[in-house]
Design a protein around this ligand. Structure first.
Ligand SMILES: *[C@@H]1O[C@H](CO)[C@@H](O)[C@H](O)[C@H]1NC(C)=O
Ligand SMILES: *[C@@H]1O[C@H](CO)[C@@H](O)[C@H](O)[C@H]1NC(C)=O
Length: 479
């Protein structure tokens, strides 16, 4: 009897014990998984903002609130699928663009802040709408700076270019790419698949804007192999333009800037650095001393907020310089931002941009110059296929312009450093960058590049040393 009772009690206790152990494990598992999946929810609560771990309806994003020289990082609603052709991309690497600095200065953007910033990114698809045919969850993608408009536009207007990310509602923005997630409309025609899983984000990131734009600037100037080119500005676009010109067989490339680090970067790829603020004279004087007839092409990569020889703002200065330096029958490409939006809440210093600029038509006429300008069509059916193949084959390697990699919480500081020209190109990395569906290759994912081989000068100087583990590309000949 007593024995029977003890046996029963023992069994009950064992059962209860097991139950408790199972419960404790379940609880622990929930805690652990919610911790590992939501590192940014922790950040959000740590920084004193709302949003509990359980909700997770918000995400961190770089936000413009209409205060010049200030960027904020805020909790904003996490994007969701709205139309069946949408995809949601979890951003793994984003970049800060020179265009973003015009917003930072209060001279460019939409009329009504706030909006989230950024239009250069690479990421992984985490959700697709029902009509998406070419992509699935887990695909790595490049996000070009504007989306497809979803229809064939025979009118070919600026407005039909689709939505620009990170410029606010006046530009049809769907959100910014300097954020954890981005909704991409008409994703089948707006995203570019990254063909392998073992390359670095930095190999592909600059196809979202700067390389495509810089390449197109040469087309605007009607560049042909053998031409000498003057590239005004050695920021990210100018450097990529100089690099494109070298890849495309320019006889000489002049890179014009006043910042030593940028000129050094340009020299490291074989361009001839010209300091336009130097005592040796203006850029055009210095170049014309070497090329008495001028160069065949020049490309403007600065924009209306440009500085003159005395480092004072003079909005028509660089365009005038391109006219002076370009040869008879030559061409000028204008990539810099020339846009006067006036004063608004979103562009509080917009009135500083003149609505009209005077340039010397007689000088252009006498030399029979042509000018190409305007926002670049980043449509997947234009330049993209060609530049994509250059990156895929390893012929173009673009990560050498990167000088700094930061987490999103440090983005405001990075804007400040980029604006002060202490950085050439800043990229924002997200904590899950290592969680990509990867390692199908037996080769290393990312390793330090060995210096000393031909053409690795720029990598030696750059603090960023990431190689895709693929074959080393051939650099354009510099002799
Ligand atoms: C951009 O190029 C695509 C493809 O050629 C074209 O359909 C579209 O109309 C172009 N956009 C503009 C604004 O010209
Ligand atoms: C002027 O330039 C255009 C190309 O931009 C060329 O077709 C034309 O022949 C040139 N005219 C002269 C007189 O050289």
């Amino acid at each position: 009897m007593a024995r029977g009772f003890f046996t029963l009690a023992f069994r009950v206790l064992t059962l209860v014990g097991r139950l408790i152990i199972v419960l404790v494990f379940k609880l622990l598992a929930t805690l652990v998984s919610s911790n590992s999946k939501q590192p940014l929810a922790d950040m959000a609560s740590a920084s004193g903002t709302q949003g509990t771990r359980a909700e997770k309806k918000t995400m961190r994003a770089v936000v413009w609130e209409g205060k010049p020289y200030e960027m904020a990082v805020r909790d904003v609603p996490r994007p969701e699928i709205i139309q069946s052709q949408d995809a949601i991309v979890r951003i793994t690497t984003a970049a800060i663009c020179g265009t973003d600095l015009h917003t930072y200065h209060g001279t460019f953007g939409s009329a009504t802040p706030p909006w989230s910033m950024g239009h250069e990114a690479v990421g992984v698809i985490v959700e697709v709408g029902q009509s998406i045919e070419h992509f699935k969850v887990g695909n790595r993608v490049i996000v070009p700076f504007s989306s497809d408009c979803g229809f064939l536009s025979v009118e070919q207007r600026f407005e039909d270019q689709g939505a620009f990310y990170g410029e606010g509602s006046d530009f049809g923005s769907e959100g910014g790419a300097q954020a954890e997630y981005l909704r991409v409309p008409f994703a089948d025609d707006s995203l570019v698949a990254i063909p392998d899983d073992f390359s670095s984000d930095l190999d592909w990131l600059f196809l979202s804007d700067v390389f495509v734009t810089a390449w197109t600037g040469l087309d605007y100037a009607h560049f042909q192999a053998g031409d000498a080119v003057a590239v005004f500005g050695a920021g990210p676009i100018g450097l990529m333009c100089a690099y494109s010109a070298i890849l495309r067989g320019a006889s000489k490339v002049y890179a014009i800037d006043h910042v030593r680090d940028r000129l050094d970067k340009a020299a490291s790829i074989g361009a001839i650095p010209i300091d336009f603020s130097s005592e040796a004279g203006t850029a055009s004087e210095q170049i014309l001393r070497r090329e008495p007839l001028g160069v065949e092409r020049s490309v403007e990569c600065v924009g209306q907020e440009c500085l003159n020889h005395d480092l004072k703002p003079e909005q028509n200065y660089v365009i005038q310089e391109t006219i002076r330096v370009t040869k008879y029958n030559g061409g000028i490409g204008i990539l810099g931002l020339y846009i006067a939006l006036g004063k608004s809440e979103g562009t509080p210093r917009g009135e500083l941009m003149d609505k009209e600029l005077s340039i010397s038509i007689p000088a252009m006429f006498r030399k029979n110059l042509s000018i190409g300008s305007g926002p670049v069509n980043v449509s997947l059916y234009e330049v993209m296929p060609r530049v994509f193949e250059l990156v895929k084959s390893g012929r173009a390697k673009l990560s050498w312009i990167v000088t700094s990699q930061v987490g999103i919480e440090d983005a405001p500081k990075a804007y400040d450093r980029f604006d002060k020209k202490l950085e050439i190109k800043v990229v924002i990395r997200f904590p899950w960058v290592r969680e990509q569906p990867v390692q199908v290759s037996s080769e290393p994912v990312a390793e330090v590049e060995t210096a000393g081989e031909e053409g690795s000068r720029s990598e030696e100087k750059s603090p960023v040393k990431i190689s895709s583990g693929r074959k080393k590309p051939r650099r354009p000949s510099q002799s």
